[in-house]
Design a protein around this ligand. Structure first.
Ligand SMILES: Nc1ncnc2c1ncn2[C@@H]1O[C@H](COP(=O)(O)OP(=O)(O)OP(=O)(O)O)[C@@H](O)[C@H]1O
Length: 334
């Protein structure tokens, strides 16, 4: 069967990696325990997870640096580790190491030779690339004087040198200041607009939220959730309402029905008219018809003479979705 433009760029099926160490490999650590996911052409896909989740192992398996124990992983339809798949990938490692005597220009020449590009192609691509990553004018300084942000830009330039279709980026904004992070975000969006597929690993939730089309959340070698930010943050168990009440915290909590109080909290709040009040947070069980719970709470508040100033449905943040997904009681996605 011939490849189509919509075929996944990365296809992973039940991927497992067990590290063995100690005497005769007696100690086993299952770093990947049956991970399955697809990355589609042109998307920015983020891999999120706490330390030790298996993110680096997954990336290194895709790059052919770590050998899988079992399962399938293909890039552009070819098994990982083959030269056919490797050539179409640009990789930004977490800590790019460049000999201190290099300049950005000489480092790119070296990386170009290592990728098998001719000198003339490297010459031709260097200036536009330095400009793209914002290193124009700094290309003759030795990297000894580079900030972490400049290193990351150089790393991205080397990853782009052979014009790959897929970029695999390990913590691309790690160690960057807010300006550097915002510049890197813009650069990633620009690369996506140019048609590159981007697979990145990050522990910075805001970055992932700002730039990724889809996200996979991993914990302890298993996949806990895959989807767009909107899909991952659509809380399936609770609807949270925020109710602004013209009354103190204690009276507000006392006014709502007993059955709702265990899922409620309130904090003092300055109301829009400048008077004292509180914000009541009410977690309503979806299966118990959330709207009915809200009506019951409003009835209780009104019965106690408390005025309601504002009601809104809270959006679940990626952060709270993330913590719920990596929680030990969360179920694995296969
Ligand atoms: N070469 C190795 N030999 C033995 N165990 C390893 C090896 N590399 C990683 N591990 C273990 O595999 C598990 C997953 O590690 P991995 O580095 O893939 O996680 P991670 O999600 O990238 O974590 P971090 O965010 O801390 O980099 C960890 O328990 C780690 O200690």
């Amino acid at each position: 069967m011939s490849a189509s433009a919509d075929d996944p760029i990365i296809e992973i099926q039940d991927l497992r990696k067990t590290y063995r160490s100690g005497l005769l490999g007696g100690n086993r650590l299952e770093a990947l325990q049956g991970v399955s996911l697809d990355v589609r052409p042109g998307e920015v896909f983020g891999l999120l997870g706490p330390n030790g989740a298996g993110k680096t192992t997954l990336i290194k398996t895709l790059l052919g640096i770590v050998r899988k124990t079992s399962g399938q992983a293909t890039l552009f339809g070819a098994p990982v580790g083959t030269s056919r798949s490797r050539y179409r990938i640009g990789y930004l490692p977490e800590n790019l190491r460049v000999e201190k005597h290099h300049t950005a220009r000489s480092a790119l020449q070296l990386y170009g030779r290592l990728s098998g590009l001719s000198n003339s192609v490297v010459q031709q691509r260097t200036d536009p690339l330095l400009e793209k990553v914002g290193l124009q004018g700094r290309d003759r300084e030795t990297v000894r004087r580079f900030s972490k942000g400049m290193y990351q830009r150089l790393g991205l330039a080397q990853a782009l040198l052979h014009d790959p279709d897929l970029l695999i980026l390990d913590e691309p904004t790690d160690g960057l200041d807010p300006v550097g992070r915002s510049e890197m975000r813009n650069l990633l969006r620009q690369l996506r607009d140019e048609g590159k597929t981007i697979f990145l690993n990050s522990h910075i939730l805001q970055e992932v939220e700002a730039v990724c089309d889809r996200v996979a959340v991993m914990a302890k070698g298993t996949l806990r959730g895959v989807g767009s930010i909107a899909e991952l943050t659509a809380n399936r168990e609770f609807i949270e309402y925020q109710v602004h009440v013209a009354g103190p915290v204690d009276a507000t909590l006392a006014a709502i029905p007993d059955s709702l109080r265990k899922n409620a909290s309130a904090v003092p709040l300055l109301l829009q008219d400048g008077s004292d009040g509180c914000e009541l947070k009410l977690n309503c069980d979806i299966e118990a018809a959330g709207a009915g719970d809200l009506d019951a709470a409003v009835d209780g508040l009104r019965k106690h003479g408390l005025s309601i100033r504002h009601v809104q449905r809270a959006k679940q943040s990626l952060e709270s979705a993330f913590f719920a997904l990596v929680d030990d009681t969360s179920e694995e996605v296969r």
